[in-house]
Design a protein. Structure first.
Length: 402
């Protein structure tokens, strides 16, 4: 097939391919950008594969960066854009089920495409829009099918993370997984234990942010992958409940983990333990604890001013999204209106601070200073006193005498 109208991102990159071809080498657009163009989806990174070796690419262009030259990748800088050009290669000896022991540069596009994960990702396109499809990837796109290139068992032994990528693409594109590929995932699901949690985290979150996350979760259950990722198998009934929800859309990590934590009915300490096993950042853990607190308040209809203040608007938006996904009734306009009516929205807006209390001779540096400031902040947030410095100074004296 030939794509008649190329997206602007490809048009901008065509001169790079033309330069490589003019020097006697082959060059193609490859990977997800070709797939998404055929599907009519927005494209992101434009990747190029070439028969030219890294040194030959560097000799053709004035400005290059060695982004991954040991694996054959050189970034070409052209008119303010950067394009990663990777030499055709073969890989062998995956002893750790993650990365090849040996990479060999080659001149054959066919051999290069053979090593790729799925047929829909093993498409190449010439600069004029002609698609090179050696493994019926276009047919699989039409049939909404995720199918491994060649022998699925071999592909998953090369890199076990490809099993997570399979369910991620199924979720993202609302595709089914080919039966042979599914059987290979089930057979080799235990190999996920050999993959760094951080890599699984990335694929799992992308899966949950896909068009059909319930499909991804179902595939993880059906292939036993759920047994080889952190602690999800402790919450199988809750996962089934999430799968049964109407289709929902999650936009970021916080919403993904907020949905799971709320769906699993985890309290604050459990959330911390759960996410640490997933190697989540501390910032994410704190955010998810706040989101889950807000969702519980929506559920119990006891959202108060202090909770609104502690959570803050960005995470409130995430909490609303999570609650809606879980079919928990929430009046988002009312919640956001309540937040906007808070007297202060962060500690810096309080009309008094430690320096003012010390200068007024009311307090000295020490534990009492933090305690009094916290109490002053609370009475302002709860609307018991105005956010007025003289009033708060006077109340600080009262608090000290209490």
């Amino acid at each position: 097939m030939k794509i008649q109208k190329l997206p602007a991102e490809f048009e901008a990159a065509r001169p790079v391919l033309q330069t490589i071809e003019a020097a006697g080498f082959e060059a193609y657009f490859v990977g997800g950008s070709v797939r998404d163009t055929i599907l009519g989806l927005p494209i992101h990174d434009v990747d190029i594969a070439s028969s030219a070796y890294p040194a030959e690419i560097k000799a053709l262009f004035e400005r290059t960066v060695d982004t991954g030259i040991e694996h054959g990748t050189v970034m070409v800088l052209d008119h303010g854009n950067g394009y990663e050009v990777t030499t055709f290669r073969t890989e062998s000896g995956y002893q750790d089920y993650r990365r090849p022991d040996k990479v060999t540069f080659i001149r054959s596009l066919t051999e290069d495409l053979k090593r790729r994960d799925f047929t829909i990702n093993a498409l190449a396109m010439k600069e004029d829009g002609k698609v090179i499809d050696l493994f019926d990837g276009v047919t699989d796109l039409k049939n909404h099918l995720i199918r491994a290139v060649g022998d699925a068992n071999v592909r998953f032994n090369e890199d076990a993370l490809r099993m997570m990528r399979a369910v991620r693409f199924a979720s993202k594109l609302n595709f089914s997984i080919d039966p042979d590929t599914m059987r290979a995932i089930t057979k080799h699901s235990y190999l996920l234990e050999k993959i760094a949690v951080e890599r699984i985290y990335t694929e799992f979150v992308k899966m949950m942010m896909g068009y059909q996350p319930q499909l991804g979760l179902r595939d993880m259950l059906n292939t036993n992958m759920v047994d080889y990722v952190p602690v999800l198998n402790n919450y199988l009934p809750a996962i089934e409940s999430i799968i049964a929800l109407p289709n929902f859309k999650l936009a970021n990590d916080n919403q993904v983990w907020g949905l799971l934590s709320s769906g699993f009915a985890l309290h604050s300490n459990q959330i911390s333990s759960f996410l640490k096993q997933w190697k989540a950042a501390n910032q994410t853990i704190t955010a998810v604890q706040k989101i889950t607190k807000a969702v519980l308040a929506f559920q119990n209809d006891n959202l108060d001013a202090m909770t609104l203040f502690q959570i803050g608007q960005p995470l409130l938006m995430d909490a609303i999204q999570v609650a809606q996904a879980l079919e928990i009734p929430v009046d988002s306009e009312r919640v956001l209106s309540q937040y906007e009516q808070l007297p202060i929205k962060n500690g810096h807006e309080l009309a008094i601070n430690g320096g003012v209390l010390i200068k007024a001779g009311i307090l000295k540096p020490g534990p009492d200073l933090g305690r009094i400031l916290k109490q002053l902040q609370a009475v302002v947030i709860n609307g018991e006193l105005p956010n007025d410095q003289p009033t708060l100074l006077q109340h600080a004296k009262v608090l000290l005498q209490a």
